[in-house]
Structure formats: C-alpha cells, structure tokens
Write a protein that binds this ligand. Sequence first.
Ligand SMILES: [Zn+2]
Ligand SMILES: [Zn+2]
Length: 141
Amino acid sequence: MSKLTGNIATCLCGSVKIRVTEINPKYTVCHCSSCRKWGGGPLFMVQCGTDVEFEGDDVIKEFDSSAWASRGFCSNCGTHLFSRFKKNGSYNMPVGLFPNTKNLEMSMQYFIDLKPSYYCFANDTPEMTEAEIYTHFASEV
Ligand SMILES: [Zn+2]
Ligand SMILES: [Zn+2]
C-alpha cells in the first residue's frame, strides 16, 4: 500500500470532511446487487485502512448493511462515504470522493457472476464469483 498524505474527501454539501492517511491506488469494483442498489451502478472502492479522521460526525449516518460491514453516508446530501468492516474497523471508500489520487488502477472485480448484462468494462482484471468470494473470505468473517 502506498503512503500518501493529505488525502481529503468531502461530501457534496461539504458537511463531512474525511482525512485519510493511506489509500491503496489498486481499487476494486463490486457488481453485487447491494452495491448497485446503493450507488445506482457498480461500486468503485479504494482501501483506506483504519487511519481515517472525520469532521461532521453529527451528520454521518451509518447502517448495518451486512454481517461483516456497515455503510455510511451524509444525512444532509446523501453522498456515500464508506463501507467499514466490523472485524478490523478498516474503511473502503468510493474512489470518486478523492479527486487527486494518482495512479489509480482497477485491480479486481467482485461478484462478476452477479453483473447485469447491460454494461461491461474493458479493463483486464482478475474477477471473483459469489462462490469464490464466500470461500475466500469465509475464514475472515
Ligand atoms: Zn453532505
Ligand atoms: Zn458489493
């Protein structure tokens, strides 16, 4: 993971400011139905670790989205802010929140078997199916 300093993200209305120490430029795409429902399309997420500071905690709403993670958003403007793993508290954040991140590279497509047929990416990446993901992460939940 590359160390970058001063990665600042804000929501659309500006009520929430996020400061992240580490961003992994190898971002992932998730095609699962929850992510597509949440964002209206496949979700592009960067790993941000646990060294994350928030301003505007009072407007951040967080809900339990699965057995292993919660999702957070700005209750003022609805901007999606993060997914947080319950096990280790690490954050994944939508890549679009960070306009100045360099060297971004699509590195994985999750739930490729749940991807609808009305879009596809030309990026050549590894892919995991639902069955492969549950097998792979079963030990970590
Ligand atoms: Zn907002
Ligand atoms: Zn997903």
